[in-house]
Design a protein around this ligand. Structure first.
Ligand SMILES: O=C(O)CCC(=O)C(=O)O
Ligand SMILES: [Fe+2]
Length: 359
């Protein structure tokens, strides 16, 4: 499918847009040593939680295309284990140039460094707007604010982009295409790992029109990181999220009830399984809870690319994985669009929507 390119509408009239109070400006304002109370997430964060350092599975993407059958079989097995035991893995040898990943992160930094008036032109209220700049998660309903500014840009099936920073369009078009390719190839391996045909998920979820969104998250240094939260525990909508980040840690993945620190490796995609993979696999591959902590030293930047089914696809457990006697369907069907609207207009909550559609 040929992607159509649209640009964010740049207003020429003086249309009123309220300030959104992004944390970048707050963090850069001088002389502040304590955070406003609306950012106070917890008084005991970190101390109560069990944090462990465990080795996160690594998937060698290049082996998915291996002509040696044993190598492909081995990586499919690795994928099955990573999806079932962790819902999170690092992908190496993915073929996307490191320079492209770095330039994409630089473009995101340049966006957050634009003047506030310019960023506010993307401060849409509609949660499904193709381009949306904001802070926290959903400030109109968030009871506690999160120490995070974000930019969401929809890149497939229609490609949207920003007129500035210069080169954002060109780099994000290339980055989104290359990342989508990696996601679709991983999903072919995952399809096989579930005992389905290689292209089963691709066809059933209509991934030629997959819904891909880039979400850039900026977490500026925070004077009280022990009581603030960048993003609280949540799972992602869609099938797979592919994340890259700068070299500042903060992401934690929930594994067997413990929070595991993710130590970012350069030139690697951090991949997590998301809600719609849980639904279609009838609960075999769970969407994984993760969260982002903040620190008081350096700005953390992450860029998540979410990959979901075609928006109108009604996602249900696949019939091949359901057996009315021993393994009945665990989730009701819902279109991906309805699911996302419900998720994004609400406040962030661990897996609340999945629980609502559970049979
Ligand atoms: O910043 C991170 O590492 C996590 C971002 C994230 O979970 C998300 O955008 O959904
Ligand atoms: Fe996430």
């Amino acid at each position: 499918m040929v992607a159509t390119i649209t640009q964010a509408h740049v207003e020429t009239d003086a249309h009123f847009r309220p300030k959104i109070g992004c944390v970048k400006d707050l963090a850069e304002s001088s002389d502040f040593t304590s955070i406003p109370s609306k950012y106070s997430y917890s008084t005991t964060l970190n101390q109560q939680d069990v944090v462990a350092d465990e080795q996160i599975p690594i998937i060698d993407f290049s082996l998915l295309n291996s002509n040696i059958p044993d190598q492909r079989a081995k990586v499919i097995q690795d994928l099955a284990k990573a999806c079932q035991d962790w819902g999170f893995f690092m992908v190496i040898n993915h073929g996307v140039p490191e320079s492209l990943m770095e330039r994409m992160l630089d473009m995101c930094t340049d966006f957050f460094n634009l003047a506030e008036e310019e960023k506010l032109q993307c401060a849409e209220v509609d949660v499904l707007a193709p381009i949306r700049f904001g802070t926290s998660f959903n400030p109109s309903v968030d009871k506690v604010f999160f120490w995070r500014d974000f930019l969401r840009v929809r890149t497939h099936p229609q490609f949207h982009s920003l007129p500035r920073p210069a080169s954002f369009s060109e780099i994000s078009l290339e980055y989104s295409k290359r990342t989508r390719h990696v996601a679709r190839e991983l999903l072919k391996g995952i399809s096989e790992s579930l005992g389905l045909e290689e292209c089963y998920i691709d066809k059933a979820m209509e991934l030629e029109s997959c819904y891909q969104v880039l979400i850039a998250n900026l977490y500026p240094p925070c004077p009280q990181p022990e009581i603030a939260m960048g993003l609280p525990p949540h799972s992602d909508h869609g099938l797979l999220t592919l994340l890259i980040q700068n070299q500042i840690g903060g992401l934690q993945v929930n594994h067997n009830g413990k929070w595991v620190n993710v130590h970012p490796l350069p030139n690697t995609y951090l991949v997590n399984t998301a809600d719609h993979l849980e639904i279609l696999s009838n609960g075999k591959y769970k969407s994984v809870l993760h969260r982002a902590l903040v620190n008081n030293k350096a700005t953390r930047l992450s860029l998540a690319a979410t990959h979901g089914p075609c928006l109108d696809n009604v996602v249900t457990p696949v019939t091949e994985l359901v057996d009315s006697e021993n393994n009945p369907a665990q989730y009701h069907g819902m279109t991906y669009k309805e699911y996302m609207e419900a998720l994004l207009s609400n406040h962030i909550h661990p897996k609340s929507l999945l629980d609502r559609i559970r049979v």
